[in-house]
Design a protein around this ligand. Structure first.
Ligand code: SF4
Length: 378
């Protein structure tokens, strides 16, 4: 569709900085890729002064130019539904601001923290649960400008020996150049009790060009290091995305996926099964399926709990066990598993139910104390 613009045929298409430089931020630029509907145009105009939006040319190239319901389009192009009011919607449903200890450190769990490295993302996902942080045009709740010192953040981590797991997130930490990112990771590695480092990045999905051999070689120096990414739909699993994940894996960086259950995108069983099984084919491990948070600006993506449970019932047993993610709700109290118990107790005894609804009593297989607490196997 584009004739004179930055295209897959452009010499610099595979350069991540050029992709960032050519990000789509206006209706006119978007028209190079899709037939923009009136609603999309109005939503983009309404976003000005409220929500940021940008789309990498690579991600735009995955869109169906003629179908406004194309999942890639819904994930990246603003919608008027972002401006509707929904009951109980919160700006911070996951409690970042409740548990924030320093400018960048959020300490919610006993042994691990997240570090909000940046508010910048290559593509601003319309369903971002941190919309208040990443996309608010008025600015984020933490200071990101270059001069903001990291000393207080590192001092907090160093002073808390219980922190063994550090997740660099944002925004997308891989919007930093290699040198700047390495300076942070190297400093973390100087803290003896930090055992593992994780990076949360959507670059394998929206900007796979960012996963360069040089980046992977740098990251490899700081193992054990993991990368959590965020594929939501099988159409996002392209040869480019697969190659980016393969580069990470070749450098020993395990790649896990955290999807969000999104109405109209992946809330049907065939799509979800295809997403999960396609992830296994590129050796990315499905980790979480998040119930979409009722966050301001994203509530229109929220499904019912029963939709999520019905999906889970259609996964467990039907596809490879490790393709089935944990279905959770993120709250200020931490992640709450939403999967129904498969172990039941009633007056007739203790029984389990398999994925096909078959049941069996397991009274002889499990030991319980007087309070009904499991004591372990025989
Ligand atoms: S990449 Fe992550 S942090 Fe950025 S907008 Fe998307 S979901 Fe939010």
């Amino acid at each position: 569709m584009p004739e004179t613009h930055f295209t897959p045929e452009s010499a610099a298409w595979s350069d991540w900085r050029s992709q960032m430089h050519h990000r789509i931020t206006t209706v006119e630029q978007l028209r190079d890729w899709i037939h923009v509907t009136d609603q999309e145009e109005h939503a983009i105009q309404a976003s000005a002064g409220r929500y940021r939006w940008s789309i990498t040319p690579y991600y735009a190239s995955l869109m169906d130019p003629d179908d406004p319901l194309c999942p890639i389009r819904q994930l990246a192009v603003p919608s008027l539904r972002e401006f509707e009011s929904f009951p109980s919607a919160s700006v911070d449903p996951v409690g970042d601001t409740v548990h924030r200890k320093t400018n960048r450190v959020v300490h919610k769990y006993p042994d691990r923290i997240i570090v909000l490295v940046t508010g910048l993302c290559p593509v601003y996902c319309r369903h971002c649960t941190r919309k208040y942080h990443t996309m608010d045009a008025a600015g984020t709740y933490f200071e990101t400008h270059e001069g903001t010192s990291w000393d207080e953040d590192f001092a907090y981590i160093a002073a808390h020996p219980e922190i063994r797991d550090v997740v660099l997130t944002g925004g997308d930490p891989l919007t930093y150049g290699d040198d700047r990112l390495e300076a942070i990771i190297a400093r973390l590695r100087q803290i003896p009790h930090v055992e593992i480092i994780r990076i949360g990045s959507r670059c394998p999905v929206v900007l796979p060009q960012r996963i360069t051999p040089e980046l992977c070689t740098m990251l490899e120096r700081y193992h054990p290091l993991w990368l959590n990414t965020h594929f939501n739909h099988p159409q996002e699993i392209t040869p480019e995305a697969a190659a980016a994940c393969d580069r990470l894996l070749q450098h020993g960086i395990v790649v896990q996926n955290q999807s969000v259950l999104l109405k109209g995108i992946n809330d049907d069983l065939p799509t979800m099964r295809r997403l999960l099984t396609e992830l296994l084919k590129i050796r990315v491990l499905p980790y979480y399926l998040y119930h979409c948070d009722n966050a301001v600006g994203i509530s229109h993506f929220v499904t019912s709990l029963e939709t999520g449970r019905e999906l889970m019932r259609g996964l467990l047993g039907y596809i490879t066990g490790f393709a089935v993610p944990q279905y959770v709700l993120t709250t200020p109290l931490g992640k709450i598993p939403l999967w129904e118990e498969s172990l039941h107790r009633d007056s007739t005894g203790t029984w389990v139910e398999n994925y096909e609804g078959e049941t069996m009593y397991v009274n002889d297989l499990l030991l319980f104390d007087d309070k009904g607490q499991e004591q372990g196997g025989k």
